[in-house]
Design a protein around this ligand. Structure first.
Ligand code: NZQ
Ligand code: ZN
Length: 387
């Protein structure tokens, strides 16, 4: 373990079919005013909205409703939520939904009592977080982001066409998260596979950097294998509890910091995807899947040893008779075959991008990387390769 670290994750996880039974005892720790934050309506269709309202009412809470949070949540929605928090003296923000709703809850939490403009302060200037936090908790209905157990909050500012992620410190993490895999059964297939690739991408982006013998790399390989195996089962049988529950927990583990400890990391695929999302509003994980293939086919030569390891340990590529380069490329080919098997798109065009957008996207991404730092010109070539 080359680099020192401090690890602390305060989120209490209640996992399983009966996890909702823990909600009343969790709610008891907070005051009367609970903001119920949710998306465009999925939780109403699956009956979860009624279930949550019933528990909140039985626990004597005043419900402050804030629905309609859009996928890839916008800063204007954050400001609206922050206003409601102040006006109603909210004691707890309960996010019920996918990563977008949970991310938005954290953003509302830090924006409610901020001095100055939260966007400028936290998503542009990246000032260290300080100030009052309104506690956040989540009931997760869509798997992939890991937002239920981390400080991430990815917000789109539509005025400036920037989608930016900020990682807040542990006081902003959800205080508790309820993870019932059955709540994810109703997620449409395309969103399910989007979430699955989001997990894979989080793991890859922590993996493809560094050259030491790091425990995190072994954990990542194991988590990737669990995701791939269970994704194949869920792809054919979406109501398979074992598969959906394994994917759900694999997702939480993939981005609660544990798999990235003591590692340099390469978040360039996410950086590019976020700007793709700012321009197209596409599902996050699908954007990652499209970008990953040309990105890794471009940078593998700079970190060949790790791409060889990835091919052998994750995709079980047979190395016999192959050069290292051939093994590495066979690993990326195996990832491409998996993307096809899951029915994910492989071009930016399918995600709503136009040719005119490509330079705008490329130039608005920060240049960065792990084994190799990609420039704006190289990012543009990567985008063209998957257009
Ligand atoms: O809006 P509703 O009605 O809730 O519908 C949602 C939405 O249309 C639907 N859905 C969710 N649960 C459902 C369901 N439909 C039926 N049944 C259910 N049980 O799925 C759609 C997508 O939901 P969303 O929350 O947008 O998806 P996801 O969880 O992938 O979140 C994506 C956002 O998280 C950010 C992404 O950039 C994106 O903005 N990320 C957050 C991260 C973090 N906090 O650490 C890291 C990630 O890398 C990511 O960037
Ligand atoms: Zn992601």
């Amino acid at each position: 373990m080359k680099y020192d670290f401090t690890f602390y994750n305060p989120t209490r996880i209640h996992f399983g079919k009966d996890a909702m039974q823990k909600l009343p005892e969790e709610l008891a720790a907070y005051g009367k005013n609970v903001m119920l934050l949710y998306g465009k309506g999925a939780i109403k269709r699956i009956g979860l909205y009624d279930e949550v309202v019933k528990v909140l009412t039985e626990c004597g809470k005043n419900i402050v409703e804030c629905g309609g949070i859009k996928p890839n949540p916008s800063y204007s929605q954050v400001l609206e939520g922050a206003r409601l928090v102040r006006e109603n003296d909210v004691d707890l923000i309960l996010a019920v939904g996918g990563g977008s709703v949970v991310d938005c809850a954290k953003a509302i939490s830090v924006a409610a009592y901020v001095e100055g403009d939260a966007w400028q302060k936290y998503w542009v200037d990246f000032e260290p977080f300080s100030g009052r936090v309104v506690p956040v908790a989540s009931i997760l209905t869509m798997v992939g982001t890991g937002s239920e157990m981390n400080g991430g909050s990815v917000i789109t500012n539509e005025d400036v066409m920037i989608k930016e992620g900020r990682v807040f410190p542990p006081e902003v993490y959800p205080k508790f998260s309820i993870l019932n895999p059955e709540f994810t059964y109703s997620v449409p297939h395309i969103q399910m596979v989007s979430g699955i690739f989001d997990i894979i991408s989080h793991l890859c982006e922590q993996y493809f950097s560094g050259d030491d013998d790091n425990v995190s790399d072994y954990l990542i390989e194991a988590d990737l294998k669990a995701v791939i195996r269970n994704a194949r089962i869920a792809n054919k049988d979406p109501q398979n509890y074992e598969a959906r529950s394994n994917i759900m927990w694999a997702s939480t583990v993939a981005l609660n910091r544990i798999t990235g400890l003591s590692k340099t990391q390469d978040w360039e695929v996410h950086g590019i995807e976020h700007q793709l999302g700012a321009y197209t509003d596409c599902p996050h994980g699908l954007g990652l899947a499209v970008i990953s293939l040309p990105y890794y086919r471009y940078i593998y030569r700079y970190g060949l040893h790790q791409f060889v390891r990835f091919a052998k340990n994750v995709w079980e590529v047979d190395p016999v008779g192959k050069t290292d380069e051939e093994i590495a490329l066979a690993g990326i080919d195996a990832m491409e075959a998996f993307i096809e098997e899951m029915g994910m798109p492989k071009t930016l065009r399918e995600l709503g991008a136009t040719e005119e957008m490509l330079p705008l996207i490329a130039n608005s991404v920060e240049e960065g990387g792990g084994y190799h730092t990609v420039t704006h010109a190289e990012i543009l070539e990567i985008l063209k390769a998957c257009f």
